[in-house]
Design a protein around this ligand. Structure first.
Ligand code: ATP
Length: 229
């Protein structure tokens, strides 16, 4: 399933004025496609992820996930659409200190009310895919930053999302580990056929995506790195 943003506009208070962060953005990401979004600090990248992930309603425009127009849904429907179709990888994975890696991932199924044997097996399979098969019972304090982010990726994929959104998922890691995490995320999202948007500051990471867009002045510009290649 794809995600489509149509004419999305978001403005925020700026002193006595209002500042337009997203100015009629159009974006369609196909199933299995990865789009990297770069942009200066404060350019609205996190806001874009929040809107695409149905965490924040745009002031105007629509977000359509798998053909379903989120703006036409009531709050509960929007929450369900996000829970069932969207996986989000955050800058920092915000794991629950008391839970093991396995439980951090299982909790997604628990929230949906379907933590049965199949879900438990899927959690282990995902943690294995991200290279944590030996760390299943480790708690966050026992994991490195990179390992915690791997748990965050497994957790984001647990609901078999149609759309994966990642907001600077490697911000807290060194470049080498960051690149490995991006490769893992992009690879897993492609494998799952998810439409994927990765926000990153890092041109090398952006180069791993199928398409690169640069957010400036509230609109997308084709990334310079892309036009050189
Ligand atoms: N609800 C809000 N009220 C007021 N200002 C806001 C609100 N949401 C975002 N902003 C401002 O809008 C700008 C863009 O924020 P956003 O977090 O989307 O940028 P970003 O590109 O992700 O930045 P960074 O790369 O630094 O994380 C920032 O200046 C932020 O302070």
């Amino acid at each position: 399933m794809s995600i489509r943003l149509e004419n999305v506009t978001v403005a925020v208070p700026d002193g006595a004025d209002r500042r337009v962060l997203l100015d009629g953005i159009d974006l369609e990401v196909a199933p299995g496609e990865t789009v990297a979004v770069t942009g200066a600090s404060g350019s609205g990248k996190s806001t874009l992820v929040a809107v695409a992930g149905l965490l924040r309603a745009p002031d105007a425009g629509r977000v359509v996930i798998g053909g379903v127009d989120a703006s036409a849904l009531k709050d509960r429907g929007r929450v369900r659409l996000r829970r069932d179709r969207v996986g989000i990888v955050y800058q920092s994975p915000n794991l629950l200190p008391a839970l093991t890696a396995r439980e951090q991932v299982e909790i997604v199924a628990h929230i949906r009310g379907d933590l049965g044997r199949a879900a438990r097996e899927r959690a282990v399979e995902l943690l294995t895919r991200v290279g944590l098969e030996d760390r299943l019972d480790a708690r966050p304090a026992e994991l490195s930053g990179g390992e915690r982010q791997r748990v965050g990726i497994a957790r984001a994929l647990m609901n078999e999302p149609s759309v994966v959104l990642a907001d600077e998922p490697t911000a807290s890691l060194d470049p080498e580990r960051g690149q490995a995490i991006i490769d893992l995320l992009v690879g897993e999202a492609r494998r799952a056929g998810a439409a994927t948007v990765v926000v990153t500051h890092d041109p090398e990471q952006a180069a791993r995506a199928d398409r690169r867009l640069h957010l400036r002045g509230g609109v997308f510009h084709a990334d310079h790195a892309q036009s050189r290649t």
